[in-house]
Design a protein around this ligand. Structure first.
Ligand code: ADE
Length: 415
């Protein structure tokens, strides 16, 4: 079996981490059990470009249980858990991923999984589909799935440009993905990464959250919960207002740059913190990015200004400015939750990856009815994921009485 990983000797440690994560993924276990029985993915090749983590490993195992042949590469050069990659290879799953691989290796790994001629591709950021569309004019999978907001934005741009050649399921758009993974997952794991890299006390600090989408909402809530004063930078008035009514300060980036102790970017956009902001930041300001790509912090501008740079801790670089102020950057501005920590906890990836597994099955079952567009997973599947997850949390649901049902269906009763 062809593969490319850092060290096969790490397989034992990786297998334990995969088992631990799997024990916290009850929804995916339910999907896997059904897959084992129904074999709805039998004979299908699935190429996944996802963060190579213990949670992703459980998704790969569930897809294989459904009869698929899977191959996996990384969706970020710094997020690969080498022990997990080794464990999957030992278990017969081809993995092409090495933590801290350079850009050429990263893309050669994407090409390696595309060489398996997949029926379904899975993306987290749309790099796999981008390479496929650019370089493989004769390769047309049945469909693809996309995990994250940034990838969905890219795929919608491809559809608008008329270059998308197959249907895509925007897994991110499922309620059981973005309302939980983006909020609770990013909220917890981004702070986890910053704390592992710095061992910082958040209480009393001013934490600036740049971007108040679902991820920013989660990061702000968790930072406030740990005693930080939260300031939010937004371009959208409704989101900024919503942040203000949560009790946060809604400020522009210039003001934020002057007051912040910790900056966390979660916008999906380019250079949201840049030279003019670095010029006025406090000594010791800490910058981290929790958006998908490493474009949110303009590090070229930081490098231009700085007189020195040293690695002061694992995953933490200190840059010295001409006036002596120090600015600290976590994980080179890459996705902090996966570079400096282990990514989202298994409990949220459980729901995200159950959506991924169901999306692959749905694409295969509905091939004839789908166009070259970006789709949402049908709502009943989203609700099924929520229902199983709720049951495992010990929750239950109220039912409408017949009287309530007919009240909701009629317009006759008023004041
Ligand atoms: N994205 C965020 N956290 C993740 C995780 N633990 N595994 C895979 N992808 C992720």
């Amino acid at each position: 079996m062809d593969h490319d990983i850092a060290d096969p000797a790490l397989a034992g440690a990786g297998a334990l981490r995969i088992e631990w994560a799997g024990s916290r993924m009850p929804v995916l276990a339910t999907v896997r059990e059904r897959f084992e029985k129904d074999q709805t993915l039998a004979g299908k090749r699935i190429a996944a470009c996802l963060h190579v983590t213990a949670e992703t490993a459980n998704l790969m195992l569930a897809l294989r249980a459904g009869g698929a042949e899977v191959a996996l590469c990384a969706s970020n050069p710094l997020s690969t858990q080498d022990d997990v990659a080794a464990a999957l290879v030992a278990d017969g799953i081809p993995v092409f991923a090495i933590r801290a691989e350079d850009a050429d290796t990263y893309y050669s790994h994407i090409r390696a999984v595309l060489d398996t001629e997949p029926h379904i591709t899975m993306d987290d950021g749309a790099d796999l589909v981008t390479v496929l569309l650019r370089e493989r004019p004769n390769q047309d999978p049945v469909g693809s799935t996309e995990e994250t907001t940034t990838g969905v934005v890219r795929l919608r741009a491809m559809a608008a440009d008329g270059v998308l050649r197959f249907p895509v399921v925007a897994v991110n758009d499922s309620a059981t993905k973005h309302l939980f993974d983006n909020r609770h997952g990013t909220g917890q794991s981004a702070l986890d990464g910053i704390m592992r890299a710095t061992n910082l006390l958040l209480a009393g600090k001013t934490v600036v959250v740049v971007g108040y989408g679902d991820c920013g909402v989660g990061v702000a809530a968790r930072a406030a919960g740990m005693g930080a004063k939260v300031a939010v930078v937004e371009i959208d008035p409704v989101r900024a207002l919503s942040a203000a009514m949560e009790g946060y300060q809604a400020v522009d980036a210039d003001r934020a740059a002057r007051i912040g102790d910790v900056f966390i970017t979660v916008t999906g956009n380019l250079h949201v913190l840049r030279g003019e902001h670095y010029d006025v930041m406090k000594d010791g300001a800490i910058l981290a990015n929790a958006g998908h790509f490493d474009v949110e912090l303009d590090l070229t501008e930081l490098e231009k200004r700085a007189t020195a740079k040293r690695r002061i801790r694992h995953e933490l670089d200190e840059w010295t400015m001409p006036d002596g102020r120090r600015i600290l950057v976590v994980s080179e501005g890459r996705l902090v939750n996966l570079s400096a920590a282990e990514g989202h906890p298994a409990e949220v990836m459980d729901m995200s990856f159950s959506n991924q597994a169901l999306a692959a099955e749905w694409l295969l079952a509905n091939t004839d009815d789908l166009g070259n567009e970006v789709y949402r997973l049908p709502e009943h599947l989203d609700r099924e994921v929520a229902w199983i997850a709720l049951e495992h949390l010990g929750g239950s649901l109220e039912k409408l009485t017949p009287e309530q049902e007919s009240y909701l269906a009629s317009w006759q009763q008023g004041t």
